[in-house]
Design a protein around this ligand. Structure first.
Ligand SMILES: Nc1ncnc2c1ncn2[C@@H]1O[C@H](COP(=O)(O)OP(=O)(O)OP(=O)(O)O)[C@@H](O)[C@H]1O
Ligand SMILES: [Mg+2]
Length: 680
């Protein structure tokens, strides 16, 4: 087993050197503990967790990580966010510095960039003198790739600016673009090995970088569409790019925005009318009535990304807005899973109106004003400033305590704050995205669930299915709402509502069929049809401007779909081939094309992972993504040919890479049903 390949498959190739220097091999790997990983320099908690999970998977079953990597070695079409970063004034530096010194400066700069990029799960693909090219979305896709890239861009600018290298002051500029590319095989040897990327995205990123001022991050339209209100921008207008017909708009990213919730930042503040979900809202209202009477209630809202968990919480807020109550909103963040009590600290900061730029004295004043409204004890007033990293006031000094004791007292202080509020007015406490919770917040959440029983509090906790149901989820005051997909009628209603005008029946039918009842998919697919050139307006309704092709997958959905596919390492291979056939495929066709043995196919079919992870729906969703890869206008045989080539390269088992036929029929015959389904 090649540890370097294994690490690469996890997107953690930055630790390759440390593993090699410490002679970590197949035998020692399963024995590594979290402490050992720390000693190996794996300082980021989420990287440690990822490695420990992969090591555990190796112990149970060596296959998953390896399978992923082998599949990833082949060329594939992916949406990638590409970051291009350059050192400002390097020519001038070269003329001023001795070559030895210059080498050191460039090395320090490259290290700084590589560290930041790796911290956001990026992949440094290439160093080109003082230019660094990094990918986000390869070798593993993440739902937040574009956001990671932008955060990394801001981080790179900061890191380079604060490099302390006498006698120069370094500055970087960064360009970021997102788009479909083909990530190719490894080319070159040794340190020159690089993953080839074909597509216009890297060029665009390089062009944007050249446009950027020193210490600035400039992003392209597709990246901007993906990160929306997560950041504040300066609009740079449109500029000409050689080889592109239309001018390209660009934005300079200023800083992360202060919008509290990812839901509002990404989904926008103007919502269409809620479709369906009457029963769920009724159930929430019913629980609210009980909570108001002093019998606190907890509702766990679970569902896959995009099913509408945040939307239900928002809808309840709208329903209750005329009733006197306090609404307290807490948001876990994928970036703060190692930051103790982050959701609570963030909430207090927002409630107090503290701005990051406020001087400490005014922050403390605002915090004290907030706390006094809840008439807390002096002791609580002493603990909370410390929590938000403010020095305590002279009137309420912090007692000297052990860290454990201090934590307990802080949790108590936060609990009492909630109790104080609930005594004055009923409270709706919305705790979002618990799958990203940090361990200390988890303790406080457990404590809260216990305490709210006797308070006028309705606690709503939203999470994705990867969050383990807590032990208290069976409690008498705890209800679970597992969100279902929208039915066909609701999907059509949602699409119609987003369009605002009547859509052609065929368009509605395709949206209904291909979105599997996930509201986010309905929303994004409908918006992308509206933005395409497929429709024109005629007498207050939309009509098709030609035959309706298979709708392409919107940019906004690529990352999360690819991330799901990448996670399904053991069945990814099957999903990819299946996608070439369409949303449904025959077992015999799969057997013939995949080159997998009966045993291997059967092993992945009844496996729980297949049922739970790659259920028909999920397979269809993978198909939804992959189908789009050939593009509507391409040759109809291309998808199968493309996958056959991909598969042949990834898995040399199919004799010499030849594309096998079905039951003696050649590939051409196999493509016939595909051709029909493609035309449909
Ligand atoms: N019943 C519905 N009617 C209308 N729009 C909906 C409905 N449910 C969800 N949406 C819309 O679909 C999009 C996705 O919903 P939402 O963000 O609430 O999903 P989520 O389950 O919270 O996902 P995540 O796990 O990513 O946080 C949003 O734009 C939301 O407004
Ligand atoms: Mg949500």
């Amino acid at each position: 087993m090649d540890i370097a390949v294994w690490l690469r498959g996890l997107g953690l190739e930055r630790y390759e050197l440390a593993f090699r220097d410490n002679e970590i091999g197949r035998e020692t790997l399963p024995k590594l503990t979290a402490e050992d990983l720390k000693d190996l320099g794996v300082v980021l908690g989420r990287h440690r967790r990822k490695l420990l999970a992969a090591i555990a998977a190796l112990q149970g079953n060596a296959a998953p990580a390896m399978e992923t990597t082998s599949a990833l070695q082949a060329a594939e079409r992916r949406q990638l966010t590409v970051m291009f970063c350059d050192l400002v004034g390097s020519t001038e530096l070269a003329s001023r510095l001795d070559p030895e010194d210059l080498r050191e400066v460039v090395a320090a700069y490259q290290r700084a960039v590589a560290d930041v990029v790796a911290g956001f799960d990026g992949f440094v693909a290439k160093y080109m003198g003082d230019g660094v090219l990094a990918y986000f979305g390869y070798p593993r896709a993440h739902e937040e790739d574009a956001e990671h890239a932008v955060r990394a861009g801001l981080g790179v600018v900061d890191a380079v600016r604060s490099l302390d290298i006498e006698p120069v002051k370094l500055q970087a500029r960064v360009g970021i673009a997102t788009g479909l590319v083909v990530v190719g095989d490894l080319i070159g040897v040794g340190s020159a090995r690089e993953q080839s990327v074909v597509g216009e995205t890297p060029n665009l990123a390089a062009r944007l970088q050249a446009l950027a001022e020193p210490n600035a991050v400039v992003i392209a339209a597709d990246t901007h569409r993906l990160v929306r209100n997560l950041f504040e921008y300066r609009d740079l207008g449109a500029f000409e790019v050689k080889g592109l017909s239309a001018p390209m708009p660009a934005w300079q990213v200023l800083h992360p925005s202060s919008v509290a919730s990812r839901f509002e930042a990404l989904r926008g503040s103007t919502l269409t009318r809620l479709v369906g979900r009457d029963e769920e809202i009724d159930q929430l209202i019913h629980r609210w009535e009980r909570a108001k009477a002093g019998n606190g209630q907890v509702v766990l809202v679970s569902g896959e990304p995009g099913l509408g968990k945040s939307r239900i919480a928002a809808a309840l807020g709208e329903r209750l807005h005329v009733e006197p109550h306090f609404r307290q909103r807490y948001f876990c963040s994928p970036y703060r899973q190692d930051s103790a009590l982050y959701p609570f600290i963030d909430q207090i900061g927002r409630a107090a109106g503290i701005e990051p730029t406020d001087p400490p004295a005014s922050k403390l004043e605002k915090l004290e004003a907030l706390l006094t409204r809840g008439s807390p004890s002096d002791e609580d007033v002493a603990f909370l400033p410390d929590l938000v990293s403010l020095p305590g006031s002279e009137r309420h000094p912090l007692p000297a305590l052990s860290p454990q004791r201090k934590k307990e007292r802080t949790l108590e202080a936060l609990m009492r704050r909630l109790e104080g509020l609930a005594r004055r007015q009923p409270v709706v406490m919305i705790f979002e995205d618990a799958h990203w919770i940090d361990p200390t917040s988890r303790e406080l959440l457990d404590l809260t669930v216990e305490r709210v029983r006797s308070l006028s509090v309705l606690l709503i906790v939203t999470f994705r299915p990867e969050f383990q149901p807590p032990p208290w989820s069976g409690g008498p005051h705890v209800a679970t709402l597992v969100l279902n997909r929208l039915d066909r009628r609701e999907r059509a209603a949602l699409a119609a509502q987003i369009a605002g005008k009547t859509l052609p029946d065929e368009v509605i039918a395709q949206i209904v069929e291909r979105t599997d009842g996930v509201p986010l998919f309905v929303e994004e697919l409908t918006k992308s049809v509206l933005e395409s050139e497929l429709l024109r307006e005629e007498e207050g309704r939309y009509v098709l401007d030609g035959p309706l092709p298979s709708l392409a997958i919107p940019t906004t959905l690529h990352a999360s779909l690819t991330a799901r596919l990448d996670r399904l390492a053991s069945v990814r291979h099957i999903a990819q081939i299946g996608a070439a056939f369409g949303r449904w495929f025959r077992y015999t066709s799969m057997r013939a094309v995949s080159g997998l043995s009966e045993d291997e196919l059967q092993a992945s079919r009844p496996a729980r992972r297949f049922r739970a992870g790659l259920s028909k729906r999920c397979a269809a969703r993978c198909g939804l993504y992959l189908q789009a890869r050939a593009g509507p206008g391409s040759s109809l045989q291309q998808p199968v040919a493309h996958y056959a080539a991909t598969i042949a390269r990834a898995d040399r088992r199919s004799a010499g890479g030849a594309f096998p036929g079905i039951d003696g029929q050649p590939a051409r015959a196999l493509c016939a049903p595909l051709r029909r389904s493609w035309v449909r």
